[in-house]
Design a binder for this molecule. Structure first.
Ligand code: AMO
Length: 449
């Protein structure tokens, strides 16, 4: 910055500067022409401010403004004025002031937008919203989703630090499946077959004898075979793994961690959450509730179906005033090989899911920590021991009783904001039909690159 040039002031900091001169930088959200006056709503990282361009104040600014369209990036110098009482925007923190422009510098031009972005809501169909993601993310309603998401990440990090977990970073190119199932993406790895990781699971477990308690935020890849409103092909998991901790304590810790994250978000954004005492039900008990309260007999099922999760959450809210409910003891054979069976009922496992407003947002378990038991479990599932040699080594040498859990970031975001589709809760969502561009429109050459 050359000597004598004014310093940029953020929009949020202008409120107390009425009568003073200020320089702001930002993007044009909307432009309105009223007779000889031009009004611009300018957005920077801190807020949105009305700027008035009056040819009587600055003829040059008025001339420059002629070509200004939405999304132009501008530097504007002007005088901060109090707005007349009847023009105060009560919904904006800077709604009591506006900037009267003396000088406008165009920092970057923008082409004519493909659709109107100036409205309070962005009324676009989901595919259009995603086709134009780098642009639609700029709309205040859309970017707010990711401000909330940033708070969830921050809240998780703080909660994990409170648990005295050490942060780790783990690979996503792996040799074996962790979660079982067929939902795997394969990668040509120098001529060898590798996979994209379904979860940081094996690495976080291997780190227990090193740090005792660890956390990570990791990408997880699931080749989901169908299109749903709550599955992504690439998702973000927020994981913890803790040594010398067993089932009951794990339940306490996962619930208190969830409450900490949600409270942290609630304190920084205006979101209402019901924090009654979180009810805990075994899968069987949950199925009984669904049978008794909702008249559907799911008692032979090995898991909760989407409608079951909705019903159980409805029950938890009505009977316990809680938006959260914990379900435990899923059938051992329906869970991954590392899940510890309940010693009192080995057909069922020391596993848990946390449901929030009708959707599972977390799952986890106490793990099998005995080497021989783990080997048997891998064999029982018809999996090859060869791909687990390094993992198993960690269990040969003093793995304590341990367990952990994993939150789905986009699921929490979706449910906190009552979004109808998880794709809205991912900056650049991947699904069966899309890697940024719709796959049907990517030509074949590009597909095989
Ligand atoms: P799980 O497979 O249940 O468990 O995943 C944990 C959490 O991640 C989220 N999630 C997803 N979100 C969007 N799209 C998907 N396709 C998707 N898959 C999972 C969910 C889910 O609750 N290793 C274990 C966790 C553990 O035991 O610690 C695991 O991955 O919110």
């Amino acid at each position: 910055m050359s000597k004598g040039q004014m310093q940029r002031i953020l929009i949020k900091d202008l409120v107390n500067l009425a009568g003073k001169k200020a320089l702001i930088k930002g993007w044009v959200k909307t432009r309105r022409d009223h007779g000889k006056l031009i009004f611009l709503d300018i957005r920077d990282r801190s807020g949105v401010l009305q700027v008035v361009i009056n040819p009587k104040v600055s003829e040059n600014s008025y001339k420059v403004a002629q070509e200004i369209r939405p999304e132009f990036a501008l530097q504007i110098t002007g005088k901060v004025n109090k707005r007349p009482e009847n023009a105060i925007d009560k919904n904006s923190p800077v709604g009591s002031i506006e900037l009267e422009a003396y000088d406008i510098v165009i920092l970057s031009k923008a082409e004519v937008l493909p659709f109107d972005m100036g409205g309070k809501d962005l009324n676009l169909e989901l595919p259009t919203l995603l086709d134009n993601r780098s642009l639609t993310l700029r709309h205040p309603k859309v970017l707010e989703i990711f401000r909330v998401q940033a708070k969830i990440l921050e809240g998780f990090r703080k909660a994990a630090e409170d648990l005295e977990c050490t942060e780790i970073v783990v690979p996503t190119i792996v040799a074996s499946s962790t979660e079982g199932g067929a939902e795997l993406f394969s990668v040509d790895y120098y001529g060898h077959k590798a996979l994209l990781s379904q979860s940081p699971q094996l690495y976080k477990q291997m780190m227990v004898p090193i740090f005792e308690r660890v956390w990570t935020i990791a990408h997880a890849y699931r080749a989901e075979p169908s299109v749903t409103t709550r599955h992504l092909a690439e998702t973000t998991q927020m994981d913890c793994e803790l040594g010398f901790v067993e089932f009951e304590e794990l339940l306490d810790l996962l619930e208190s961690t969830a409450v900490k994250i949600l409270k942290y978000v609630q304190d920084s954004c205006i979101i209402e959450i019901n924090f009654g005492k979180i009810p805990r039900l075994t899968l069987r008990q949950a199925q009984e509730v669904i049978f008794k309260e909702f008249g559907r007999d799911t008692r032979k099922e090995k898991d909760l179906a989407p409608q079951d999760e909705i019903d159980i959450c409805k029950w938890a809210k009505e009977k316990h005033g809680s938006d959260l409910v914990t379900i435990t003891h899923f059938p051992t054979m329906a869970k991954p090989f590392y899940t510890m069976p309940d010693p009192n009922d080995p057909e069922h496992s020391l596993s848990y899911d946390l449901l929030f407003r009708g959707v599972e947002i977390l799952s986890g378990s106490q793990r099998r920590h005995d080497y021989n038991d783990l080997v048997k479990s891998i064999k029982d599932r018809g999996m090859s021991l060869k791909s687990f040699e390094m993992y198993l080594m960690a269990f040969k040498y003093g793995m304590p009783p341990e367990g952990g859990f994993s939150f789905g970031l986009e699921r929490i975001t979706m449910k906190l904001l009552n979004l109808s589709n998880i794709r809205e809760a991912s900056l650049f969502p991947r699904d069966m039909e899309r890697i940024d561009e719709r796959l049907s429109t990517i030509d074949k050459d590009k597909k095989t690159q």
